[in-house]
Design a protein around this ligand. Structure first.
Ligand SMILES: [Zn+2]
Length: 410
């Protein structure tokens, strides 16, 4: 084995779209039990606003709130582009600050990242990069991927393993990521830092709703994938030095009443535009005061639970260019102009929702065994991993979760 520079290697694993209401079922899953027994667990992690995937994952990987990392939404705002044709934040340069990957690369640690949001075109930072990139209609997935991934490695994996990829649905891609994780872990130079994002549960909940048979099946599939990673670590003989940080980003709620065309309504009334975040929306007004009055006057018919003013948004570290926002009443969501949404489950709820309390396991290495702790924030994840790997991330909004350590490691 090659000479290691750090005492631990870290696997940061993100399970999309599960949260506090799912804690009991996850604690009883055979593979997740491994983390619970081996480490610390909380179901009380404060996620960030907006409660959508890319801002949250960017906070996890930078240790900063959206106001400081600049990823406001999954997509840059493209108000007049059909939602099927919109670009997302696929390249790491979209994040306006240093990430854990940068800090690891500076210390010459080896880094792999699989389907992690906003991780594309990360040459020189991520050694093995298979970023989350969605081909737009008419684009060929592998060619699109070649522009964003680690090209040589991608070409090699496509030749060797793509026959094992059952299809391009998210559950198939997640299975394929589990296979690539196994191969990376089994390799002679396994990564010092591996970040991997599984989103089968998110996809299934959007399409089928929360608490359905399909949802339960997706959770079991997730457990099997996680089990494959654990087995790969055991097989490679690196169980003692492997730290698992397992996070979730947000839960989902069922959309029982449907989606309100808020953007069209604001547009029609000459108030401005809205950008849906699922169960809420950012408002880009012509005039802030006028928009506030309009939203207040039409609160009932637009099914607005509450309005977030510039001051409210500042307090929750919202993206800097969002000055007005709304949250929908339970069961409702918002849809952009000329777009349709038939999701049965969604997120984008306010931070007060139980589904905005997410799950975190910190297992192996310096962490206490079998401990429950009171809570954390998504922004605490990067500084804690940086501390374990001896990396420098001095400007994080989060802190090192030292209360979970069994001994001082520095
Ligand atoms: Zn998500």
């Amino acid at each position: 084995m090659s000479k290691r520079r750090v005492p631990y290697n870290v696997i940061l694993l993100s399970v999309d779209a599960v949260a506090k209401p799912d804690a009991d079922s996850f604690l009883n899953l055979p593979s997740f039990k491994y983390f619970t027994e081996r480490g610390c667990f909380t179901d009380n992690v404060e996620t960030v606003y907006p409660t959508i995937t890319y801002p949250i994952h960017s906070s996890a990987i930078t240790g900063k709130y959206p106001c400081n990392h600049g990823i406001a939404h999954n997509e840059p705002w493209q108000p007049d582009v059909n939602d099927k044709m919109r670009k997302w934040h696929w390249a790491v340069k979209d994040i306006g600050t240093r990430t854990l990957w940068h800090a690891a690369a500076e210390k010459k640690l080896s880094v792999a990242s699989l389907l992690w949001p906003v991780s594309g075109k990360a040459g020189g930072i991520i050694n093995w990069d298979f970023p989350e990139v969605l081909p737009l209609p008419g684009e060929i997935p592998v060619i699109k991927m070649m522009q964003y991934a680690s090209k040589l490695w991608l070409a090699k994996t496509e030749i060797l393993y793509s026959k094992h990829r059952a299809g391009m649905k998210r559950c198939d891609l997640d299975d394929y990521m589990a296979l690539l994780c196994e191969k990376l872990i089994a390799g002679r130079n396994f990564p010092d830092l591996l970040t991997v994002h599984f989103a089968d549960t998110d996809d299934t909940r959007h399409n089928e709703g929360v608490g359905t048979e399909a949802d339960r099946a997706a959770i079991l599939r997730m457990d099997r994938r996680v089990g494959r990673l654990i087995d790969a670590v055991k097989k490679r003989g690196i169980e003692d030095r492997t730290v698992f940080v397992v996070m979730s980003d947000h839960g989902q709620q069922n959309v029982t009443e449907g989606y309100i065309p808020l953007d069209s309504t604001l547009c029609g009334a000459g108030i401005g535009r809205a950008q849906s975040v699922g169960l809420g929306a950012f408002i880009y007004p012509e005039d802030e005061e006028k928009a506030f009055s309009f939203l207040t006057a039409h609160k009932d018919e637009l099914h607005i639970k509450y309005i977030l003013t510039r001051e409210d948004l500042k307090k929750i570290h919202a993206p800097a260019d969002v000055h007005l926002a709304v949250q929908a009443e339970q069961g409702y969501g918002y849809v952009d102009r000329n777009c349709e949404c038939d999701h049965l489950g969604d997120h984008g709820f306010g931070l007060e929702a139980l589904e905005a309390r997410t799950l975190l396991w910190l297992a192996g290495g310096p962490f206490n065994k079998g401990m429950r702790f009171g809570g954390a924030r998504i922004v605490d994840i990067a500084p804690t991993i940086a501390d374990i790997l001896g990396l420098s991330m001095p400007d994080c909004d989060g802190r090192v979760l030292t209360e979970t350590y069994k001994t001082t490691i520095n």
